[in-house]
Ligand binder design. Structure first.
Ligand SMILES: *Cc1c(COP(=O)(O)O)cnc(C)c1O
Length: 376
């Protein structure tokens, strides 16, 4: 089946004999056993519940991976992945990551004796030079948050060889536009809170992998600490995924038009969107993804303008998060990236003039009008 069809029909409740089209919310904490030593496949909801199971099958099919695991949020997914590593291990990260990921990595460095290096993952020589015998993983986001840097996933795989795990945060593009496992990654990670769920009404996280051993270790995390997604939230994500291809297409169409508008505006100094002709990552994007997504960062002429825009937007909401049907604007410096060290922020360009837009599915004319009045 094609991806659009999988999104609509891919969540299967194998226990359903009623004909219900929607996968039910199995709101049960525990499951009765048919006989001693036997199980229906479900024992206790921390371990697995049928609603989550249906969602996991759907997300695995979308990413064309062997197995997907659904977590209570993106950071819980990331925490489970990082728990695969231990004292003495070395992890290489792209230098432009979600602030929460940087915060989690910093705490692992302090508590777990894991060492982490940040670098430009597209610089093959630097990446090669940073590899050590104890390097276990390379972690990247592409496009990155918030500077929209595009990293060549295949090139990173070639550079690091087969023994080092390549983990890609695929939140921004979703499997509709990019499937990291097909490009050589070992794991594709998601904040399902964003596009996958898509309506700013729930949190979720995913890890997709082809490695049965890794999947089992990750299952151990959900089973042991209960970081798996609840039945109700699983239901919401299944519902959201049905329209993911439509939402991605419409938000991307809006984003391209807004990026072009911003590029022409006299108060805007720079626009970071891979779909723009002069974006340095455009070529790589065209090779490895089938879309540019709907995230735009832009730098205005002064900090004062940035603050005014945040206060003057009306339809566009000044709020953290992204990937929902509503267009949101954020101030990375004091919101998503407040925990990134100052020197890193400065060198990346995360300053008081930088704003980030998550473009939603509203009418383009309304978004343009709101942004124009806020900038003027
Ligand atoms: C939001 C986000 C996360 C964290 O996910 P939560 O669901 O908020 O825990 C991780 N990576 C990226 C790129 C994100 O945007």
């Amino acid at each position: 089946m094609k991806l659009d069809t999988i999104c609509v029909h891919g969540a299967r409740d194998k226990n359903n004999h009623t004909g219900s089209l929607a996968v039910p919310i199995y709101q049960s904490a525990t499951y009765a056993h048919p006989a001693v030593g036997q199980s229906t496949g479900y024992d206790y909801a921390r371990v697995q519940n049928p609603t989550r199971e249906a969602l996991e099958g759907l997300v695995a099919a979308m990413e064309r991976g062997r197995e997907a695991l659904a977590f209570s949020c993106g950071m819980a997914a990331m925490d489970a992945v990082l728990a695969l590593f231990g004292p003495g291990d070395h992890i290489i990260c792209a230098d432009d990551l979600y602030g929460g990921s940087v915060r989690l990595l910093a705490s692992l460095e302090r508590r777990m004796g894991i060492s982490v290096d940040y670098l430009d993952a597209n610089d093959r020589e630097t990446l090669q030079g940073a590899l050590r015998p104890e390097t276990r993983a390379v972690f990247i986001e592409t496009p990155s948050n918030p500077m929209m840097k595009v990293t060549d996933i295949r090139a990173v795989r070639e550079t690091i060889g087969p023994a080092v795990k390549l983990i890609v945060d695929n939140t921004f593009l979703t499997p509709i536009f990019q499937r990291p496992l097909e490009l050589g990654a070992d794991m594709s990670l998601h904040s399902g809170t964003k596009y996958l769920a898509g309506h700013n009404d729930t949190l979720a996280g995913f890890v997709v992998t082809n490695d049965a051993g890794d999947a089992e270790l990750l299952r151990h995390a959900t089973k042991t600490v209960g970081s798996g997604l609840t039945p109700f939230d699983s239901f919401l994500v299944i519902r959201g995924l049905k329209t993911l291809p439509l939402r991605m297409a419409k938000s991307q169409e809006n984003a391209l038009a807004l990026a072009e508008f911003l590029g022409r505006h006299h108060r805007v100094a720079k626009v970071f969107y891979p779909g723009l002709i002069d974006h340095p990552g455009r070529e790589i994007s065209l090779r490895q993804s089938s879309g540019f997504g709907a995230m735009i960062s832009f730098e205005v002429d002064s900090e004062d303008t940035a603050k005014k825009v945040l206060e003057k937007v009306g339809l566009i909401l000044y709020a953290e998060s992204l990937g929902g049907v509503e267009t949101l604007i954020t101030y990375p410096l004091i919101q998503t990236h407040a925990d990134v060290p100052v020197e890193t922020r400065e060198s990346l360009g995360i300053n008081g003039r930088l704003l980030r837009l998550s473009v939603g599915v509203e009418a383009l004319e309304d978004l343009l009008a709101d942004l124009a009045q806020a900038l003027d």
